[in-house]
Design a protein around this ligand. Structure first.
Ligand SMILES: Nc1ncnc2c1ncn2[C@@H]1O[C@H](COP(=O)(O)OP(=O)(O)OP(=O)(O)O)[C@@H](O)[C@H]1O
Length: 955
């Protein structure tokens, strides 16, 4: 058996490791005392009390043991790889033998020369190029085609960096994905603080810009309202020109002057000289449009922010750098404490519209930055040219395209001048299909229900043509296709829609022009503008082809085209028997819709939900806004009994003590015994959420979507969380339930479980750990002093802010009404004391520690890591900073708009009577106190200073 060691495992520090690995290598599992302790997790015996954890794999018929973790003194509960909180009884776990490896998963690639492996979401053995780059110090620019492992390698390199680290890329989807990969399998490093930010979030972390970022869609809407001359009809192209040529390219200015724009060289603009004046007129209109309609342009903001950004990172990683402009990149690099501590990766061949990205520009940007620090390395660029994602057949076609592009237009630049070596795990097919009714019908039948088959067209208008023949919702124009990948891809009329262009591209090339390696060559005719325009078409085709992981099909009405012949596609197939016929489950379609939504492909996601999932809107009325007001009227003013009960239920769910008081006063007796009423309510409304087999809940999610709202404005995830049903939570998360949605109190599902745990010690001990693990969102977006702060869930501040939100309802009203007190360290201490160790370690539960966190995050405290979460009202008493905002479902909302101050209340108390006729009603005084608290919160939210307010003294 082959032995491989995880890169994070320090074998030198493990006693008896050599003897044990010898035994494993000899397949002697018996002497190694191997036992199975988890899913592909085995433990072997090092000595009496120490153990080693490993996994089994196969590679090309060979058995492999992958050593993962040292477990000293039976301390399985501290293991990174075993699920937290495991309880392993060594005497009861089954023994395993070496044959277990024969059924183990296959490793797609294994470098024969490297004994160490890496681990993200899966095991990786780096090839020689990857390993070489992995060993290089920064600065580094890693260039590689799609699927060459840039992201994987970069993330592994990032793990070696201590201090403050930034990972930034344009697409929010990629950011989320990268973060998940990074922390997969329980990875953590205490001396590292990583921000995973999309470029927009990065801008916001310097200063949140006013308005919303302009989108291609909004731009297209604006462009449609202009009278555009024919040459400027393509709004996407115009958008690219504004964002890549007029703004963004020159960091020295926000945008080019008219003269500077007109003077741009042929290669610096999409448009020929004669149309540029009109383009610039439109650009000026665009600037006005942004201003008037409250949009912002990321380049313009980036330029403005150059004067605000300060160094705050020790390491910066920029992924998909080709999607960023020069000014954006400069803004990122300026956040570095040491200018050369960066890692950039990207692929110039994946640019669809020419946005004027070039590696030489990136390099010169770096050199400008470095002007005053000579002695930095000159050779920054490293190239990855393997492909681990696509089948060899698809890679071969992509390589041919690179050849054609090279032969016709010269190299994009010296750095993007390489072919791709396929390490693709599976074989595939590339074929041309007959454009006939029968083929299309058969193809549709095989693919309509499959999430693994997508159709790509060049122009958005072609989508409606495709829909005449194909039912699949997975139809994309090339601009939408970037970043997507599917097992099977059909290009429909891709070349025929621009036959002349593609004919001109293929020109008189012959097979002989497509041989050998690419050599760096400049374009044949630099002045020929048309060549620039053609690049769009060839790049588009390149991107389209590389979306296919395994099989690529083309249907062309006119299949006899020279370019197709150059790609080796001369034979037209009439049968589609080879095409995989799959019916994806509803589950898979749900995932697909969700994945597309995350990537901003709303149109296709909506189509899936409508056509395939057939989701409906629930028939009931959700209690919010007007419906809630009407209910209040019926219950409180008209005294309707049924309405009274419904309103009481609402008040109980939302800790609305004021509403409960009103109900008691209007004679709803049950409201006097909230605990009893709550138990009844849970039986009445939440029973299906407590069952071991929650089929009823899941069926409802199938009808209405996983995040539907019940009458109380709660999603199924929120209710499952409230009931502490970890299995149901798991099932809902598997269906992509959204953990960020909030209820009518502004609390998300995780905070709802916290709310319960704060009030119920048993829940905190028994239910909270499993819920916490699954539901706490990785970070909270907060805004303080106009800047975005991503509060990571690993921080104590995250938990403290969440608890403060919960205590707002549970304690603040009572504290203030009875003692004129707010929230203190004692309140937090009391709550945290009942949380289990796995959530909060003992040292973090101590009063002193809690006080230090409150103090460190006071708004006026001078501390570099102050997140300004709390306002100190008076000594030892706090509220959440009223000037703090939270991002809720995409929009910034001030904290006391998210929470509901009108719900602050205190329990009714009996009037005090003394002598014979003197009566004091404490309830009126309490209400008065709370009114003044509400007024204070409002004033502080509006920007008044605490010192300006007259605060009541303690009673
Ligand atoms: N050495 C390796 N062995 C096996 N699989 C690998 C290896 N390196 C990368 N991969 C896998 O190949 C796939 C592509 O890698 P990755 O996403 O890092 O590529 P990329 O260059 O960033 O691609 P893109 O430009 O499309 O984002 C991933 O599934 C990754 O896990």
């Amino acid at each position: 058996m082959r032995i491989l060691t995880y890169r994070g495992l320090d074998t030198a520090a493990i006693p008896g490791i050599d003897k044990l690995t010898d035994r494993l290598a000899a397949d002697d599992f018996r002497s190694a005392d191997v036992k199975k302790v988890g899913d592909n997790l085995y433990r072997a015996r090092l000595d009496r009390s120490n153990r080693l954890l490993f996994s089994l794999y196969r590679h090309q018929g060979e058995r492999c043991a992958l050593l993962l973790e040292y477990i000293p003194s039976h301390a399985y509960e501290k293991s990174r790889f075993l699920a937290r909180g495991v309880d392993i009884d060594e005497a009861r776990i089954p023994a395993a033998d070496a044959e277990a490896a024969d059924a183990a998963p296959e490793l797609p690639y294994l470098n024969p020369a490297l004994p160490r492996f890496h681990l993200l979401d899966k095991v990786l053995s780096f090839d020689d190029d990857q390993e070489h780059i992995y060993q290089q110090p920064p600065p580094l620019v890693i260039i590689g085609s799609a699927g060459s492992g840039k992201t994987a390698l970069t993330l592994e390199k990032m793990k070696d960096a201590a201090g403050d680290v930034l990972y930034v890329t344009r697409s929010p989807f990629l950011v989320q994905n990268a973060r998940d990969l990074y922390y997969a399998n329980g990875w953590q490093r205490d001396d590292q603080d990583v921000d995973f930010l999309s470029f927009r979030e990065y801008l916001e972390s310097i200063q949140v810009p006013d308005g919303k970022e302009i989108t291609a869609r909004a731009f297209a809407g604006w462009a449609a309202r202009q009278r555009l001359p024919k040459a400027l009809k393509d709004s996407q192209q115009l958008f690219e020109e504004f964002q890549g040529a007029i703004t963004g390219a020159d960091p020295a200015q926000a945008y080019l002057s008219r003269d500077a724009y007109l003077a741009l060289g042929v290669k610096q603009s999409i448009y020929p000289q004669e149309t540029r004046a009109e383009v610039y007129d439109l650009f000026e209109k665009y600037l006005r449009f942004l201003d008037e309609q409250g949009w912002f342009d990321a380049n313009l903001v980036s330029h403005a922010w150059l004067s605000r950004v300060t160094p705050r990172y020790d390491w910066v990683v920029v992924d998909e750098v080709q999607d960023l402009t020069n000014v954006q990149l400069l803004l990122i690099l300026k956040s570095l404490r040491a200018a050369e501590h960066f890692l950039l990766c990207g692929d110039a061949n994946q640019i669809v519209h020419p946005n004027f990205f070039s590696w030489s520009k990136v390099k010169s940007l770096f050199w400008q930055q470095q002007a005053d620090s000579p002695g930095t390395p000159t050779d920054l660029v490293r190239i990855l040219n393997a492909n681990f994602r696509n089948s060899p057949q698809v890679t071969e076609t992509a390589n041919r395209l690179l050849h054609i592009k090279h032969a016709r237009f010269g190299s994009v630049d010296r750095e993007s001048n390489y072919l791709v070596r396929s390490c693709g795990p599976t074989q595939g097919r590339v074929g041309l299909l007959q454009d006939s009714e029968r083929v299309k019908r058969d193809l549709d039948q095989r693919t309509a229900a499959s999430t693994r088959f997508a159709i790509l067209v060049l122009h958005p208008e072609q989508k409606s043509e495709v829909r005449k023949f194909f039912r699949t919702p997975l139809v994309f124009s090339i601009h939408e296709a970037k970043g997507l990948e599917y097992e099977n891809v059909l290009l429909y009329g891709f070349l025929s829609s621009e036959e002349k262009r593609f004919r001109d591209i293929a020109a008189d090339l012959t097979e002989a022009d497509l041989q050998g390696e690419l050599r760096y060559a400049r374009a044949r005719d630099k002045g020929d503008k048309s060549l620039e325009i053609y690049k769009f078409y060839i790049n588009a085709l390149y991107v389209a082809v590389t979306r296919a992981v395994r099989n690529l099909y083309l249907i062309e009405p006119r299949p006899k085209q020279h370019l197709l012949a150059l790609l080796g596609l001369t034979e037209v197939h009439e049968g589609v028997d080879d095409v995989e016929a799959t019916t994806s489950s509803l589950e898979e379609w749900r995932h697909e819709a969700h994945r597309l939504e995350l990537q901003g492909k709303e149109e296709q996601a909506a189509e899936i939900r409508e056509q395939i999932l057939k989701q409906r809107t629930p028939p009931w009325t959700v209690l919010r806004g007007e419906a809630l007001e009407t209910l209040k009227q019926k219950a409180l003013e008209r005294g309707e009994k049924k309405a009274g009960i419904a309103l009481m239920e609402y008040a109980l769910i939302y800790y609305d003590q004021r509403l409960l008081n009103a109900l008691i006063q209007s004679g709803v007796k049950a409201a006097k015994q909230p605990d009893k009423a709550l138990a009844t309510l849970e039986k009445k409304h939440y029973l299906p959420y407590t069952l071991k087999h929650p089929g009823g809940v899941l069926r409802e999610t199938e009808q209405y979507g996983v995040d539907f709202r019940n009458v109380f404005d709660q999603t199924p995830l929120m209710v499952a969380s409230r009931m502490g049903n970890a299995d149901l939570i798991e099932a809902l998360l598997d269906r992509d339930a959204d953990t960020n949605l909030v209820d009518a109190n502004g609390l998300n599902a995780f905070q709802i479980a916290l709310e319960r745990a704060c009030a119920d010690e048993r829940f905190a001990r028994r239910r909270l750990p499993a819920v916490y693990e699954r539901l706490a969102p990785p970070s909270m977006d907060i805004q303080v002093d106009g800047r975005l702060v991503k509060l990571d869930r690993r921080l104590m501040e995250y938990l403290m802010l969440c608890i403060a939100m919960v205590l707002f309802y549970q304690r603040l009203g009572e504290n203030y009404a009875t003692r004129a007190a707010l929230l203190s360290a004692a309140d937090f201490e009391e709550i945290l004391a009942q949380f289990p160790e796995s959530i909060v370690p003992v040292r973090r539960k101590k009063r002193q520690y809690i006080s230090s966190i409150l103090a460190k995050n006071e708004i006026d405290r001078d501390d570099p890591y102050n997140r300004k979460l709390f306002l100190r009202w008076r000594r030892g008493e706090y509220i959440i900073n009223p000037r703090l905002s939270l991002r809720i479902e995409g929009d910034w909302r001030r904290i006391y708009d998210v929470l509901s101050p009108q719900r602050l209340g205190a329990q009714l108390r009996d009037p005090l009577r003394w002598r014979q006729h003197l009566v004091h009603d404490p309830n009126a005084a309490a209400e008065q106190a709370l009114d003044s608290l509400r007024a204070h919160l409002q004033a502080l939210s509006d920007g008044r200073k605490l010192a300006e307010l007259s605060r009541g003294s303690r009673r």
